[in-house]
Design a protein around this ligand. Sequence first.
Ligand SMILES: Nc1nc2c(c(=O)[nH]1)N[C@H]1C(S)=C(S)[C@@H](COP(=O)(O)OP(=O)(O)OC[C@H]3O[C@@H](n4cnc5c(=O)[nH]c(N)nc54)[C@H](O)[C@@H]3O)O[C@H]1N2
Ligand SMILES: Nc1nc2c(c(=O)[nH]1)N[C@H]1C(S)=C(S)[C@@H](COP(=O)(O)OP(=O)(O)OC[C@H]3O[C@@H](n4cnc5c(=O)[nH]c(N)nc54)[C@H](O)[C@@H]3O)O[C@H]1N2
Ligand code: SF4
Ligand SMILES: [Mo]
Length: 899
Amino acid sequence: MGASIIPIAAAVRTTCPYCGVGCGVKATPMADGALIEGDPDHMASRGRLCVKGSALGETLGLDGRLLRPAIREGGHLRDAGWDEAIGTVASRFAAIIAEHGPDAVAMYVSGQLLTEDYYVANKFMKGYVGSANIDTNSRLCMSSSVAGHKRAFGEDLVPGCYEDFELADMIVLVGSNTAWCHPTLFQRITRAKELRPSLRIVAIDPRRTATCELADLHLPVKAGTDVWLFNGLLSYLARHGAANEAFVAAHTAGLDAALLEADGCADIDVVARTCGIDPRKLLEFYEAFAATGKVVTAFSQGVNQSSAGTDKVNSIINCHLLTGRIGQPGMGPFSLTGQPNAMGGREVGGLANMLAAHLELDQPAHREAVRGFWDAPRIADKPGLKAVDLFRAIEAGTVKAVWIMATNPVVSLPDADQVKRALARCELVVVSDVSGATDTAAFGHVLLPALGWGEKDGTVTNSERCISRQRGFLPSPGEARADWEAICQVAQRMGFQGFDYEGAHEIFDEHARLSAWKSSEAELARAFRLDGLVGMGREAYDALEPVQWPVLRGREGTPRLFGDGRFSHPGGKARFVTTAPRAPVHKTGGEFPLALNTGRLRDQWHTMTRTGKSPRLAGHSPEPFVDLHPHDALLAGVKEGELARVSSRWGAVVARVAHSGGIARGAAFVPIHWNGQTASDARVGAVVNPEVDPVSGEPEFKHTPVRVEPFGVAWHGFVLSRDELDLEAVANWTRVCGAGFVRYELAGREAVTPERARALLRATEESEWIEYEDKTEGMLRCALLVDGRLQACLFMARRPDLPSRAWLGSLFAEGVLSVKDRATLLAGRAPAQGADPGPTVCSCFGVGRNTICKAIAEHGLTDAAGVTACVRAGGNCGSCLPEIRQLLVVVRESLSVAH
Ligand SMILES: Nc1nc2c(c(=O)[nH]1)N[C@H]1C(S)=C(S)[C@@H](COP(=O)(O)OP(=O)(O)OC[C@H]3O[C@@H](n4cnc5c(=O)[nH]c(N)nc54)[C@H](O)[C@@H]3O)O[C@H]1N2
Ligand SMILES: Nc1nc2c(c(=O)[nH]1)N[C@H]1C(S)=C(S)[C@@H](COP(=O)(O)OP(=O)(O)OC[C@H]3O[C@@H](n4cnc5c(=O)[nH]c(N)nc54)[C@H](O)[C@@H]3O)O[C@H]1N2
Ligand code: SF4
Ligand SMILES: [Mo]
């Protein structure tokens, strides 16, 4: 979609750069972009793409891209050549290391790097600089699962594969909004349930999310209480004859202690009360789990991002070990990875407490093996600083230089204002990014332009251990280079050997060889092995088909692990981990009565540097919001549709109050995507507490005590404008892109006069200005036309009930406005306009909520297929189908009330 129809080159098979499902993409370069389709031959997705994947073509433009290296001097950035930029990084790193030792420098990298980038970053830091001060945003994401797997299995291994979701008789989704965050996998689950309605789905999430629409049972667990719930389950299973005694005896250790602890949760009523769940529903879940052999328990950030995250993971795995439900088709614990290459990062040892190729930093034999393989001058011999501690050390001045690559910590770390303070103090901040204007780049002393998706080449590994190629299909823009090249050049300039690769294929080959290195020695045995991928030249690498590791012989992959009951701990047994339940560290109450939960929206990716470029994606949730229970809103004195300030001990944001109906009393939810570039006050990381899990170091992103209060303003408004505007002087703004315009939502205290409006919209003598002002109503509406075309318009009023942005937005696609359109421009409605379509539900076809509800009511539609047939919504990528199902319920309920 979006591109012209004449291909200029053959289609290239690649992998989506967003979530850990790792869908295959077929990209056909076009004169003005690329045609993006699903790859029917990719095992992870079989042709499916969600709305973010299908909108990739809209994100490839070069606007906003960082295209040449830059160096900050006297507070100002100036262009620099690569040679100078590399020289600066290398010499300053070397000088700091010489004076203060290797631990005075650090890298902070990302699960969005390719495996090859990640591999050299890790080799550079741990083998050559000689410090393990390299951590990654996976610390914020998967580290609790990594730690949980290691404790249970002896190695960081995800046992199952996506097919298991189709083979299961029950799928338990814990702390995972799968419908929005792993959409094509969710579609596979949906399809499996359509074919086999007996497939039971349980969702365990404090919010009623779109995922819950598919669930037979939703347990609205109180945030942070999952360990009680799963300890209760373990105890129930043991007491009701559900244990697989033969499996437990032959293949596990540690049950007695774990069970002794779990028996503390034997009373279902007590657990139900602690977790805030109806005891009958809890029992229903326990009974179903006990009675069903094929169970997959999939979990994500509601589990990982907790000060008890690692225990949550192990409390889940314990239940699978007790029942022996692991390693066989249709069953097992399943950690859903977030980023496209979260898994690849774990393979190369991107975390500060790992080595490489699943070898351990704290084992001298492992260290010596890796050092020997790299022929490195030294090897880090103690764990480095984990993300949150790393930025504390930067603020304290013990770490003096940091190289940040493919992540935006000023937005995504907890206590994010602390990150600003740290970077402002740091002697040398190097930022490698595709985007020039990020909150983090604003602190960079050296900016290095990276090749982005569609330009770079390498591999990624998805949630089911499937390694697949990302292939370039676009020319390298400006002077951008692959991240691995930038690292290798700095390494070489610092005099390090072993960084002269011909291409990504050589790095991959080294990575594969390291996985096999000395693996026959008992002390160095590990399951992560790529022996079969060793020795691929460029051609074979370029042709590599998706394959699941371990790859031992030939190109044969391994869909499942542990089928033989052998685990990676010495002795081959899995371990039960004793998990004592504990509540989140910071309690709600007093000044901060609500528990703030943060997470994702369907159509945005993290800090929006890429999805933010797509008008199609912007329509679904155009503004930051705080979702509250109406009762809490009442207590806080805030109203739906108005602005509220959400504050904690650490910081504050401003967001519009919403009542999704899916949130419990005592809780609040704010999405994570807005940042300093897209809103004046909506960087929610600033509010989030910096508490971490003691084992994994993963932050408690899902639970911060907050207060909500009215954010008083004198007026609300919006501006649509072809050009970006400077609205900083206005009290509060947020921004999204539209098709041919930028949309600003505004609110302020000081009234805007028509003169001020003219200045804000940049009216000139030549342009045409129309305005309507009603001072008694506090209303101002104006439009700026240039050569008869709409250039910008501004609408403001005392209350936030302003005209729909949809019709006004559509005028930017027009040339000279018709007389009729001009006449009703300031009414904000089309001359003969039907109803307002409402907020976008189906982003592919731009179908709004009101249109869908109307169709359901008028045509008596009863299922999503009927809605698609009637108004097209849901007919392309299917990402909106869960919401369409929600609307079917809502409309039917309202109709039955009416009758
Ligand atoms: N659209 C979209 N998709 C994405 C991403 C994106 O930015 N946008 N990012 C990707 C990445 S990196 C990641 S890590 C994944 C994350 O994928 P998910 O983990 O599915 O997403 P989140 O919205 O962070 O949180 C999941 C759910 O956990 C619930 N939760 C909160 N606290 C608790 C708790 O104590 N217990 C339980 N059981 N649940 C709780 C929240 O209410 C939320 O609905 O998504 C990936 N996919
Ligand atoms: N409050 C709260 N905070 C959270 C979370 C939460 O649930 N709640 N979730 C956490 C999780 S799970 C995650 S994964 C993080 C994500 O947080 P971040 O990693 O900070 O988010 P992104 O916006 O994905 O940042 C990626 C950056 O890399 C750039 N980039 C893209 N491609 C490339 C490339 O090829 N090379 C280089 N060098 N740069 C590139 C992008 O422009 C962007 O600036 O957020 C975490 N923060
Ligand atoms: S589900 Fe969507 S975001 Fe995730 S990999 Fe597939 S297309 Fe990309
Ligand atoms: Mo993540």
